[in-house]
Design a protein around this ligand. Structure first.
Ligand code: V47
Ligand code: SF4
Length: 378
């Protein structure tokens, strides 16, 4: 019976501390938890407790459904003007070793590789290249859409956009409208990292600020461009910074309703300037998914990005609030491979994704980017 776990937690015999009991009551009654209650979950609640609450919310929102899509990534370049300490992937313009720059023809050839295949989304992100600007990318999107009008183009983090708009001397509204006219459909959630200004200064000082990130997403939502939101966790931030991050997103979502999904990104420590920082444990990863599900009551979906977390933890996460495991990917991204993920060539066929979901008794649903159901595989 849905909620049976929570009813047990609330029963007279339960030895739960008062504060956690109050949180369980709120979740059961579909009430929002406060900032302080969010912190209490991180500091005092065990995995089993947050898991029961998060699974209750997940099943209320989506039942057993677990979403995935058929997608691939294009990373036009890893040359970047910024110097994020956690990034294993970028190279400076003068660094030749391990750097790549795809030209327009090479990018369009990637699109052509998927001729006749039922992919529905291309995810385009990369380094912030000083010479690949707004007009270059707008033209590229136009050509992609001319070639494959059915493909949803989810492209450019707020970090890339802020740089391109600044150089083109355009306001966020002008720049986003420009891209929209050329065929941009939605924004991915990257570049959010951790909004706390002190932590941001230490890990990614030179790129767009938290308020710029939030303003770009707010403007996008106002113009009818939906987006995702991420949080890079498990490095030098503390629990309060995580709740602060989710709180700023919750506020914005109350205003606009434009976020489709929240994606916690586990910090991976290989090959970057923060390799001395220990990675979070799987228990902490699952607790983090669950608390995100409880705190972000107004963002419909919670995604476990399997190329980053690995497929086994992605399966486990489906009992801790997660209802989406991203897509087929087709070995088209290097961000996590280079940062030490166990998924060194991330690619899953649709059948493999379906099996992964069925193995943990959930219902595999192929979706498009906006969560319209395309096929039920149960
Ligand atoms: O912003 C970079 C992160 C992000 C590391 O919107 C790292 O559907 C962990 O945002 N360890 C880019 N994380 C990727 C991204 C994303 C991925 C999947 C789906 C969607 C979506 C968005 O990757 C960056 C940064 O937060 N990142 N390096 C690292 N060493
Ligand atoms: Fe550049 Fe993005 Fe890497 Fe930062 S995370 S250095 S902005 S590619």
């Amino acid at each position: 019976m849905p909620g049976e776990d929570i009813q047990n937690l609330l029963s007279a015999e339960s030895s739960l501390p008062k504060e956690l009991k109050k949180i369980a009551e709120k979740v059961f009654n579909q009430e929002r938890i406060s900032f302080e209650e969010g912190i209490s979950l991180y500091t005092t609640a065990e995995l089993g407790f947050v898991g029961s609450l998060a699974n209750f919310i997940r099943e209320q929102k989506h039942g057993n459904k677990t979403f995935f899509n058929r997608n691939f990534h294009i990373e036009p370049t890893n040359i970047c003007v910024f110097d994020c300490k956690f990034c294993s992937y970028s190279r400076l313009l003068k660094q030749k070793d391990g750097a790549w720059e795809l030209n327009e023809e090479e990018i369009l050839n990637i699109i052509k590789k998927y001729d006749g295949q039922a992919v529905t989304e291309v995810h385009i992100v990369g380094g912030v290249h000083p010479k690949m600007g707004l007009r270059y990318f707008a033209d590229l999107i136009k050509k992609i859409k001319e070639y494959r009008p059915d493909l949803h183009v989810k492209a450019f983090t707020a970090v890339e956009l802020e740089y391109m708009f600044r150089k083109a001397k355009m306001s966020y509204e002008e720049g986003l409208n420009y891209f929209k006219e050329y065929g941009l459909n939605s924004l991915p959630g990257g570049g959010a990292e951790i909004f706390d200004e002190e932590i941001r200064k230490q890990i990614c000082e030179d790129k767009c600020t938290s308020s710029q990130w939030l303003e770009i997403h707010e403007t996008a939502h106002r113009l009818g461009i939906p987006s995702n939101a991420t949080m890079l966790y498990g490095h030098i931030e503390n629990f309060e910074h995580r709740i602060d991050h989710m709180d700023r997103l919750r506020h914005l979502q109350d205003k606009t309703g434009g976020f489709n999904t929240f994606i916690p990104l586990k910090f991976r420590n290989k090959g970057n300037q923060m390799s001395h920082v220990k990675e979070s444990s799987v228990v902490e990863d699952l607790r983090n998914y669950a608390i995100a599900r409880i705190y972000l009551d107004n963002i419909s979906h919670l995604k476990a990005y399997w190329p980053m977390i690995g497929r086994t933890t992605a399966q486990l996460s489906l009992s801790y609030g997660v209802d989406d495991i991203d897509g087929t990917i087709d070995d088209s991204t290097r961000i996590y491979t280079m940062a030490g993920s166990e998924e060194q060539n991330p690619a899953l066929s649709t059948q493999q994704l379906v099996e992964l979901i069925k193995q943990v008794n959930r219902q595999p649903i192929e979706r498009d980017t906006l969560y319209n159901v395309l096929q039920d595989y149960s």
